[in-house]
Design a protein around this ligand. Structure first.
Ligand code: XBP
Length: 251
């Protein structure tokens, strides 16, 4: 059994259940502010979540969902500028306290930090989104708990490609066998596994029905005392709480 030396966390859907009520709202506020007249409802956004990366998601929408949109000459610049406005809207939404951490996230991060288990972020999202979420929910000093915050365009290929997890491992200076990933989607699982990483999944409304074959454990959430997790795949957890002891037993 390998020693657990680092936990690598996905952000969106894992640290916080924020896609529908966070990113989607920020996209719509950006569309409104720029006068585009677009609006993504929850059903459209569920389909758009097939593509990781906000800029890539905008391009997917323009190319596959719009029939009569006259794309500007420089579509890359248009998407870049629109996404920058979306990020401003998202950061403001997080700073306003509109998002909370999922059950068990603060508990596990705090336990790992206190135990000297390194912490890392590996996310497709924009770096500012991740750091704002941490500082708003856990305090500014929590950003220093993370040895690596690997986000967004730092790598060329986004999830489900393994790039972001390979980059995080390189920055951690650890072999995959000493690390464990916490994710929420089948694409995130594919990305982590392609990097040779063991992975646990905390599902959410959008991802509960996805294929998590190859995950070490699938739960509905990490659990809190008095709010036990439900194990959907993998061995049972007597305490109902995913803590370091449970994670070490998976290594
Ligand atoms: C989820 C994503 C991100 C967010 C939007 O990232 O695919 O693109 O949906 O954030 P992860 P941006 O699950 O890896 O955290 O608009 O900043 O890309």
């Amino acid at each position: 059994m390998s020693k657990l030396k680092a936990l690598i966390f996905d952000v969106d859907g894992t640290l916080t259940d924020n896609e529908q009520d966070g990113h989607r709202v920020a996209f719509n506020r950006a569309f409104e502010k720029t006068g585009l007249g677009w609006r993504w409802d929850e059903n459209i956004y569920d389909r758009l979540l097939e593509v990781f990366g906000g800029k890539e998601r905008l391009r997917f929408f323009i190319e596959d969902f719009l029939d009569d949109f006259q794309a500007p000459q420089d579509l890359d610049a248009f998407i870049r500028d629109l996404h920058a406005e979306k990020t401003r809207q998202y950061v403001a939404l997080v700073e306003a306290g509109e998002l909370t951490l999922r059950p068990g996230v603060a508990r596990l991060l705090t336990e790992a930090h206190a135990a000297g288990v390194q912490l890392a972020i590996a996310s497709t999202t924009t770096p500012k989104n991740a750091t704002t979420l941490l500082s708003t929910t856990l305090g500014e000093e929590s950003i220093g708990w993370f040895s690596v915050i690997a986000c967004g365009d730092i790598v060329e290929n986004k999830k489900p490609a393994p790039d972001i997890y390979l980059y995080a491992l390189e920055q951690l200076g650890l072999p995959a066998g000493n690390c464990l990933v916490v994710e929420d989607t089948e694409s995130g699982l594919a990305s982590a596994r392609a990097a040779g990483l063991k992975t646990i999944i905390t599902v959410n409304r959008t991802t509960r029905g996805q294929n998590f074959e190859g995950a070490e454990l699938v739960v509905d959430q990490l659990g809190e005392p008095g709010q036990p997790c439900e194990v959907l795949q993998g061995k049972g957890i007597e305490s109902g709480v995913v803590d370091l002891a449970v994670l070490r037993s998976l290594m």
